[in-house]
Write a protein that binds this ligand. Sequence first.
Ligand code: DGJ
Length: 721
Amino acid sequence: MPITYNQDKRIFHLQGKTFSYCLFLDASMGLMNLYWGGRLPDGDVSYLMDSYWGGASFDLTYGRAPHEIPTRGTGYYGTPAVCAENEQGNDVVKLTYVAHSIRSGKRRLEGLPAVYVEDEREATSLVIELLDPLTGLHVETEYTVMEDLDVLTRSMRLKNTGNAALTLTHMQSASVPLYGYDYDMINLSGAWARERAINRTPLNHASVRVESQRGASSHEQNPFIALCDKNATEQAGSVWAMTLVYSGSFLAVAEVNNFDNARMSLGLNPEVCHWRLAPGEVFQTPEAILVYSDAGFNGMSQRFHKTIRTRLVRGVWRDQPRPILINNWEATYFQFTEESILDIASFASKLGIELFVLDDGWFGKRDQDNCSLGDWVVNRRKLPHGIDGLARKINEMGMRFGLWFEPEMVSPDSDLYRAHPDWCLHVDGRSRTEARQQQILDLSRREVQDYIIDAISGVLSNAPIGYVKWDMNRNMTEYFSGNCAPEHQMETQHRYMLGLYRVLETITNAYPDVLFEGCSGGGGRFDAGFLHYMPQVWTSDDTDPVERLAIQYGTSMVYPPSAMGAHVSASPNHQTGRATSVKMRAEVALGGNFGFELDLSKLSQQDLETVRQTVQTVKEVRATLQKGTFFRLESPFSGNFAAWQFVDEESGDVVLCAYQRLVKPNPTAHRVFAQGLCPDAFYQDIASGATYSGSALMHAGLPLPIATGDYSSWIYRFHRQ
Ligand code: DGJ
């Protein structure tokens, strides 16, 4: 049984394939966390509790204890997991155990994305109930062990069982103390066009915040945090990691207290989210996915990947091969006609490309980014036969048709804004900050949600649309609503997310065969929450393959390659001006959901042949790319080379991708060391016919050819014999 309760010792033991997570009820029935790490045969670590007291100290004992749900006001001075202000104006809360239950399966989270099960036997869940008797704040903290996936999920339901309103000001989905502080912290930071760079910094006696207040999970930081051993590498060492299944503002904290113990926590961002809880009301926090790996960062990522790929992503596209697409954005931007679009599509169809995506500019009077968002009516000047006419012509070429929307936005120059100026996030009496000349619709309002559902459904129902790109190109300002009472205004950001999730749930359920791809100015909303509704997300507007090595490598820390949109674009690149070969561009894009974003008719015959061959190769290997176990082999953050690898253990197929940035004179051949192969099995290189043992590929390595110019790439396909 993955979860047991030892009544004598008052220990809850949550046990995955390789981890244990041990909770303890102390003498006053407070909930403590005594252990999270490698799997223990039984979870009896109650002997550790006394070790927290040490000798005489100025400090209050309560604060030293390894609280599972730390609160404020009784001696704990770190980041609280739960804070509730009462009508008396204080926020002192002390939670003690009331009851618990253990059952098979996993509960759905009302209105929020979450990991799911397809069979109750896949998971075991524990709910522990705690109460603060004075305020009546009742906390149900829920844990699920997904045994096969080897991950733990956590969330809380906070209920006001008292007689007076409470205002929740902290709602961390997970907060875990760890013994000692000799760890490094990992977070993924970035900006538009340079998303998810891997940062590794030593933890110190300080509190480090990784956060977004932007109303989106954001380019700037990703809702992920990990602590690791100082010597942890991609292949070895202990890593403790969390990601939040949520697409809005978040706060992750790593901190060390004055007794040299660390804590990491992750949840809604208290700077921009408070929630007023009337008597009888319940608040559900988002879910956090917790991973412990004793096999380094690859071990961590593989657990995240499989969980996201198989039990967070839903729908028919979860397991189907994803189509190779061509998007017109970088080929035409806003300047296109039906004829020019059909030219691009026709060219692409002859190369074996399977889906054409019409990007921004097809609606209203939108010839640049200053108008029409919200008016989802086709522009007949550009597309005289409408979306339906265009889609049918593209279908006749043997391709699916896809369409871009930015449903959450409104342009001040739009019929929608003129009709409903109060429908965007705003503060009465203040000017409305614009970004990309647009405002954000107030999705906390039901009528706005319904408008979006109707407008998007109207387009999807009237044309053979097989794919939707769901974009979102600015962050929130004046994130308040014209439609709620002052005491609820600080709920607006989270209410927006709940509204957005309702819209996504409704639309994706209504159009189950449509493949949806998320996007936010590139990869500004790449998170586990969004992936519950759409299996893939545009990774970055930076399509330069050299930059993409780092962006895709960093993104893969948490998210599977099957979730990452990756396109071949023009050279010189529009973001960096760098010139690279079409081979390099294609072989980097092959590391994600492969596609194109350029005018193929401008390529030379030789480059077109490379495109044709790569399209063919992707079709042959995409099952391995989508479902294989992903290994990062060499980091573009630390050297001139980068490498990664996909291993399909079942079929025995392996795809190894290696890249070199700059050429060096007179070098020794660089070797790449494979991972995850059967040491005693033999693997045949499909191109050359050469055969190597798994051991040789992993321990002696594979020498790369000597590069003859900058920006080189090599793809190896092996088959286990
Ligand atoms: C931002 C996206 O990341 C781009 O791919 C493109 O769709 C533009 N928006 C269109 O405005």
